[in-house]
Design a protein around this ligand. Structure first.
Ligand code: UT7
Length: 314
């Protein structure tokens, strides 16, 4: 069955926190943050449900659809608004969707996990589904801890997957999903607590996990980096992205980056960058796009998708 992304949309809170704002209350500097991470500002505020609803509404408008046309909502998040129920239930209700909804927690790899899962579900059952990656990490950040407070922001990005749009092939051409629970202690937040991270070790493992995972997916698809129109990496640190690009021999001009303006938005970071690239006209029908994320767990996920509504069969 052909699956296509027919709509996409994003949402960011209004409040901007710049590096200069952080300099005022933390022992840090704009130069350190930019040099070590690539981040200049981040957006902070809102709830996971409200941001997700806004992003999904935009995706529906772009596709010319309403909630009634959607039979599944999957929210990738580590920061649901409540422990119970799943935040996807509120999104599903607010948009007037049909069918089911569930939350998926694979941290910063969550959007790719969700996309791969939903592509498989639609292959089997048809219909349309919203896949939305949203996090409000500012709610679980220790704003007095300079090692994490400079990194995180809030945001949401959504896509509408449509199995009725006439696409001839699957959206996901190849995927690799992984987790190493023995590394859980490197990046975690207790219930009601704030994020604790061994940044240097996470950095090291992230580069290795992304390179291994991407290499696997490219091999599965029988393609090389030259065949990719765009690489959409998780936006945690520009030095991680540069290291991966260098190892893969992939040019930075074909890499989607929003990190400078959003910080690390966890499950939202890949769809934010993907949607912005689509809005900027950087994607054409048939383009091969590589998505790759990693995060707490430690999880990782990579997928090659074929962009566009007129996708030829695999
Ligand atoms: O999305 C989830 C996955 N998370 C990530 O991918 C994060 C991965 N890790 C990183 O991005 C980086 O490790 C960080 C940006 C978190 C830290 O950068 P780093 O180059 O690994 O720095 P570091 O932790 O090795 O610290 C170097 C120095 C230390 O000082 P000393 O011990 O050398 O005197 C830190 O105390 O920088 C200091 N430092 C800071 N200085 C100014 C740490 N944070 C700051 C800060 N401003 N905000």
């Amino acid at each position: 069955m052909g699956i296509a992304i027919t709509g996409w949309g994003t949402a960011l809170p209004d409040k901007v926190v710049t590096n200069a704002d952080l300099e005022v209350r933390l022992d840090t500097s704009d130069q350190w943050i930019v040099d070590r991470t690539g981040i200049r500002e981040r957006r902070v505020g809102g709830t996971t449900s409200a941001l997700a609803i806004e992003a999904c509404e935009r995706a529906l408008v772009r596709a010319g659809r309403s909630g009634d046309d959607v039979g599944l909502v999957v929210l990738a998040t580590t920061t649901p608004d409540q422990t119970i129920p799943a935040s996807s239930a509120s999104i599903h209700h607010a948009l007037g969707c049909r069918g089911g909804a569930f939350d998926l927690n694979a941290a910063c790899a969550g959007f790719v996990y969700a996309l791969v899962t939903v592509d498989a579900l639609l292959q089997k059952g048809g219909g349309r589904a919203l896949v939305v990656g949203t996090d409000t990490l500012s709610r679980v950040t220790d704003h007095d801890d300079r090692s994490t407070a400079i990194l995180f922001g809030d945001g949401s990005g959504a896509v509408l997957l449509d199995a009725e749009a006439g696409g001839a092939g699957p959206l996901v051409l190849g995927a690799d999903l992984g987790v190493d629970g023995s590394a859980a202690g490197l990046l975690f937040a207790e219930v009601g607590g704030t994020i604790q991270m061994e940044g240097r070790e996470v950095f090291r493992r992230a580069v290795r996990a992304e390179i291994d995972s991407i290499t696997k997916v490219l091999d599965t698809c029988g393609i090389t980096p030259d065949d990719l129109a765009l690489f959409v990496p998780h936006q945690a640190n520009v030095r991680i992205i540069d290291a991966v690009n260098e190892r893969l021999g992939f040019p930075s001009e074909r890499t989607a980056l929003v990190l400078e303006r959003t910080g690390n938005t966890s499950a939202a970071s890949i769809p934010l960058a993907l949607c912005e690239a689509a809005d900027a006209g950087r994607l054409r029908d048939g383009d091969l796009v590589l998505l790759s994320g990693f995060g707490a767990g430690m999880t990782w996920a990579s997928a090659v998708i074929r962009w566009g509504t007129a996708a030829p069969a695999r």
